[in-house]
Write a protein that binds this ligand. Structure first.
Ligand code: HEM
Ligand code: HEM
Length: 172
């Protein structure tokens, strides 16, 4: 079957790094411990790189390739409501909204984590902690929507999308 590279190596490394950090920091390590902070900063660094990559790379990684417009969102929502698959070699409009929100939560986690960890002013301050928890838990909700969305579109399109974010390749 003819395939084409859609997700470049940087997207894939960013993706799986973020998955590992999120799962480790949300479910496993000591909250605020050395590993938590080190992993959190790693994800923040990857996010910064991904942000710049969106301007300098080619193809599906570019912000201009996937930043959703209202008309694209309407047409994707319509196709979902009709129970049809929406095929695009790159992020889909609704998928892109979830991705941008996930990236924003990561930026919020890094900012509030930094405030708690590196500043005297916000150390131990309750609302900063609450905000950090809020970003983490919103991200958990988005991840669930994201995974269900990827599985649903895979089923609709008869194409293994989870495999594509490992190999980078999709059916042409
Ligand atoms: C993917 C990234 C991250 C996730 C999912 C995450 C998740 C969490 C969660 C769920 C908590 C417990 C919050 C609570 O129960 O109130 C927590 C606590 C904490 N996190 Fe993170 N975090 C991330 C990144 C960071 C970063 C980058 C830093 C620091 C630079 C950081 C520093 C802390 C600290 C200091 C606490 C303890 C707050 C306290 O005193 O209770 N986190 N984190
Ligand atoms: C903690 C869990 C996860 C997080 C935080 C996450 C986050 C992200 C982000 C930020 C992107 C955009 C990548 C970019 O443009 O650089 C993305 C893409 C993608 N993710 Fe995840 N992801 C998670 C888990 C998963 C899992 C378990 C799967 C497989 C079922 C998956 C499948 C995909 C696919 C297929 C794409 C390509 C996007 C598309 O088809 O439009 N993700 N993910």
């Amino acid at each position: 079957m003819a395939t084409v590279q859609v997700w470049d190596p940087l997207i894939r490394i960013f993706h799986w790094a973020v998955v590992i950090v999120f799962v480790a920091n949300y479910f496993f390590n000591e909250k605020g411990g050395g590993l938590h902070v080190a992993l959190g900063y790693t994800a923040a660094g990857m996010l910064a790189l991904r942000f710049v990559w969106g301007f300098v790379s080619r193809g599906a990684a570019r912000w201009s390739d996937f930043f959703p417009t209202p008309s694209q969102l309407v047409s994707h929502s319509r196709s979902l409501l009709r129970g049809e698959g929406y095929r695009r070699l790159g992020h889909t409009p609704l998928g892109a909204v979830v991705m941008i929100l996930m990236m924003s939560c990561l930026a919020g986690l890094a900012t509030t984590g930094y405030m708690m960890e590196e500043t005297d002013m916000f150390w131990g301050v309750e609302w900063v902690k609450d905000l950090h928890w809020g970003f983490a838990t919103t991200l958990l909700g988005l991840v669930i929507v994201h995974i269900l969305g990827a599985l649903y579109e895979s089923y609709r399109l008869k194409e293994n999308l989870p495999l594509s974010i490992i190999t980078g390749r999709r059916r042409r």
